[in-house]
Design a protein around this ligand. Structure first.
Ligand SMILES: [Cu+2]
Length: 237
């Protein structure tokens, strides 16, 4: 993935250089003093067509040789149950990340838009016992290091995009469509979450989101404290 990013940057650098050269050439060649009268014929050569063809070829190679197989690999390597992935749900909204954890039972309670009311904005099914220990956080994700993470992401209002550069993940959050994404953090630390879709006036403030990659021990402590304070019926409020 890093290689692909580097190659795309090289292509962009070449295009940037090319366009700047063309801009300077146009300024000199088509200056007013040398061309007092408009030319209705224009350029007859095919150089621009050939250059465009080369650019399209390079783009084709980036897409077919790098991007598509990379994506196929990412989809194929989706973590399985025996890898004990950390399961999280995110509902993006203007302008925050609502994070949901399944609690100690590892299973999310049922939720549906049909249950949404003024005091149950996420539509939790309050009769589902699996949801009793679920808890939520705002703009804060904790995950243990060296264990795959699966996040199902959707949105409450407009299209947002969950982007954590350090984890090489970017995934649109689309209202009504929960989309799974996965990554495996390998370094303990704090990482910035960005919204990668211009989603409104406070778009840039969504970068307040933080992903904390903890040691297993720190994560367990944080998790236990959250279950104690935020679990159970409290998560429904
Ligand atoms: Cu956003």
């Amino acid at each position: 993935m890093d290689k692909l990013i580097v190659y795309v940057h090289w292509l962009m650098a070449a295009l940037f250089f090319g366009w700047i050269c063309y801009f300077i050439l146009a300024l000199i060649k088509f200056r007013g003093s040398a061309n007092p009268k408009a030319d209705y014929v224009g350029i007859k050569g095919h150089a621009s067509s050939y250059i465009e063809l080369v650019v399209a070829l390079v783009e084709g190679v980036l897409l077919l040789v790098f991007a598509v197989p990379l994506w196929a690999g990412a989809v194929d390597s989706f973590p399985t149950g025996d890898q004990h992935p950390t399961k999280i749900k995110i509902i993006a909204q203007q302008f925050a990340w609502n994070v949901f954890y399944p609690g100690p039972d590892g299973e999310f309670g049922n939720s549906d838009y049909a249950f949404v009311t003024a005091d149950n904005q996420w539509g939790f099914d309050k009769s589902d016992p699996k949801g009793k220990d679920d808890f939520t956080t705002l703009d804060e994700i904790h995950v243990p290091v060296n264990r795959p993470v699966i996040i199902r992401i959707t949105s409450k209002d407009v299209i947002h995009s969950f982007k954590v550069i350090a984890m090489r993940v970017t995934q649109d959050a689309i209202p009504g469509v929960p989309i799974p994404l996965h990554f495996t953090p390998t370094k303990v630390g704090m990482y910035q979450i960005n919204c990668a879709q211009l989603c409104g006036l406070g778009h840039s403030s969504m970068s307040h989101g933080r992903l904390y990659v903890d040691t297993q021990e720190d994560y367990d402590k944080w998790f236990a404290a959250k279950v104690k304070s935020g679990g159970g019926a409290k998560s429904y409020e």
